[in-house]
Ligand binder design. Structure first.
Ligand code: SAH
Ligand code: DHB
Ligand code: MG
Length: 225
């Protein structure tokens, strides 16, 4: 199987399973026009996020890594009308376009895009206490995944589902000696999972328009042993 074939199958599946979506088409066009990197989740992965958040009955969603707001829109569409999504983004230009895209999607009232290094924004959210998220999507810089998971768990409740993107990286995850900080971040995430009795995780490897990668699903069980 080749990349070309994976893409053809993704296109076929998206065609079968996802209704035409002029809003998301416009969002992707706006992101391309602004020359954002084309690294958003695929349509099928976006629908998976929507489906999981919906199945979870999530009314509070946290996202780390907004880019142009493509995954944000999929997730925010799973919210009830009084639901809330907070998305954390380092790059002000990305955040600005995401806000515009969320407005086009009619979701601006439910979504807050917070600008700054996510580690800082997460610490602030934690310091201000209170808000417990039902669903978390981690998709920013990969080296910091272990820290993001740890902080996300502090902002979670038993039953919260945390999804982490890009946890296979075409198999690079196997390379223990990798000089790549992203790969080491992913490996540290798996090492951390082995030590946490309060979390249960699995990873599904994925192929498709985005090549060979994987999504980790982490359930906050809250169990102490
Ligand atoms: N979730 C998006 C894609 C996110 S791409 C989607 O699927 O549509 C990763 C994003 O994380 C980029 O916009 C990048 O600017 C942002 N990012 C990188 N490092 C970050 C950091 N330290 N804090 C917050 N955001 C960061
Ligand atoms: C990259 C980042 C992502 O979040 C992704 O899904 C694919 C690629 C990247 O930085 O290359
Ligand atoms: Mg990603």
């Amino acid at each position: 199987m080749s990349q070309e074939r994976w893409t053809e199958v993704d296109d076929y599946l998206a065609d079968q399973l996802i209704a035409p979506d002029p809003v998301l088409d416009a969002v992707l066009r706006a992101s391309a026009d602004a020359e954002l990197p084309v690294i958003q989740v695929s349509a099928l992965q976006g629908k998976l996020l929507w489906l999981l958040a919906r199945a979870q009955g999530a009314s509070r969603i946290l996202e780390i890594g907004t880019l142009g707001g493509y995954s944000t829109i999929w997730l925010a569409r799973a919210l009830p009308s009084d639901g809330r999504l907070v998305s954390l983004e380092l790059d002000p230009a990305h955040a600005e376009l995401a806000r515009a895209n969320l407005t086009v999607a009619g979701l601006a009232d439910r979504v807050e895009v917070r600008i700054g290094p996510a580690l800082e924004s997460l610490s602030e959210l934690r310091a201000h206490g209170g808000e417990r998220f039902d669903f978390v999507f981690i998709d920013a810089d990969k080296a910091a995944i272990p820290s993001y998971v740890e902080l996300a768990v502090d902002l979670s409740r038993p039953g919260t589902l945390i999804v982490v993107d890009n946890v296979v990286r075409a198999g690079e995850v196997l390379d223990a000696a990798s000089p790549n900080a992203d790969v080491q971040g992913i490996r540290a995430f798996y090492a951390m999972m082995a030590t946490r009795n309060d979390l249960e995780a699995t990873t599904i490897q994925t192929v498709g328009t985005k090549g060979h990668d994987g999504l980790a699903l982490v359930l906050v069980t809250g169990d102490t042993e």
